[in-house]
Design a protein around this ligand. Sequence first.
Ligand code: AMP
Length: 483
Amino acid sequence: MNIQNVKGTHDVILKEAQAYERIESVMKAIAESYCFKEFRVPVIENSALFLRSVGESSDIVRKEMYTFLDKGGRSLTLRPEFTAGIIRSFVNNKLYATKDLPVKAYYVGPVFRYERPQLGRYRQFNQFGIETIGTTSVYHDVEAILLGYTILTALGLENVKVKINTLGDALSRQNYKNALKEYFSNHIDDMCVDCKQRYELNPLRILDCKVKEDQDIVKNAPTMSNYLSDDAKKRFDDLCALLEQVGVDYEIDDTLVRGLDYYSQTVFEYHYTSKKGINYGAVGAGGHYDGLVKEMDGPQLEGVGLSFGVERVFSVLNDDELLADVDDGCDVFVMPMGEDANEIGFYLLTTLRQYGFTSEIDVSGSKLSSMLKKANRLSSKYAIILGEEEINTRILTIKDLFKQEQYKINVDNLIDFLDSRLNNAEDEHEHCSCNDEKEHHCCGHHDETQCCGHESQKHNHGCCGHNHDEEHHCCNKDSNKGE
Ligand code: AMP
């Protein structure tokens, strides 16, 4: 019986997995540079957590949660988002008692929503996000928006559209909801079933409806800006001014309300249409919240969060061919010629790996030509041929598979040779004026340093990444800095 993956899930394998790894490591590195620390919270939580935080008017709670009873009869839910779990953890671990508020958390992992699978919409997908908990400052809203913008730019996306809006404070929101109820009361009979429920539970959510006919009605609805208190208006003006100051290109979208009930004041989304013209919806989104920590029985603290859908970020990067170089290939492919050479080949392979070279071996005893084909399929940079002669003389035959050149290298110089070729030499040679690899002792050709005509007392030359504790003029590098 052929068992298929569950509807709405997908395998992330091979190059795609490498791409996810690249995307997530860029996200993590940038979050860490903003002093966010990683939080790993459980995938399963008590259902009450999401009922209380995400809100009963949200689509997530109304129809998308994977909720089940465990064998002890407890109602559990696979997390449909991270914020609730992070705030629960913040409260349970009494992090509010720290002197150093706000606490800045980042997270990455799978979330689950029972949605209708379609382009950019899965039932299990991955989110990367941040939460800054314990702040009312608009600077932290700006920091969150800037962080997301920086991540997308660092990944190579240009012309990211940042949409922002304010939902105001509680009073502004209540006044606005009343105005919306009055307006929609004349139209609600013509609107979709979901909107009829939203009308009762939270009329703000009607603004987010994706049904074409409903959107036409929404166009003439009152806008939030007319119901903002002076404080909420000032906060939003400050936000806009600060975003301009830090160079985030934004547009105000007064229908932006977000699908989760806990937001107040600032809300934002990142939109990007790939060069092929495909719009996957928001690749990331977030906002400020003021009641969540208290809702979980913590003190009255506010916060701001941002979350990216990793699948969507992957899709736009993939469409724009920004992930083509994600597979680094293999540094060295060892090719023992025959059974007898396998043992030494395997020993050599192990040594290469210990030195940090990505290495593979073919122990199948195949012909040289088919081993070379395999080496090329793995995008190997070098292939080492290990036949009887090589083993007896300890002089290895090494093929540079990109340049199609062949070298004879004493096994004792192998690591230095590879190190100079793969780790540093190419970049460094670009800085050198000599540009002559053959003259370059790091490749085993010369004992004296010849590159650029400068002399170094050391045989091991800094530009090759070898020990070198003096400033190296030919490469303009200060070796003391470890370069
Ligand atoms: P949300 O938690 O609803 O604010 O969503 C944050 C981000 O998660 C969105 O901007 C999307 O990029 C992503 N996302 C939301 N729902 C899905 C889904 N069903 N499949 C894939 N990505 C999603």
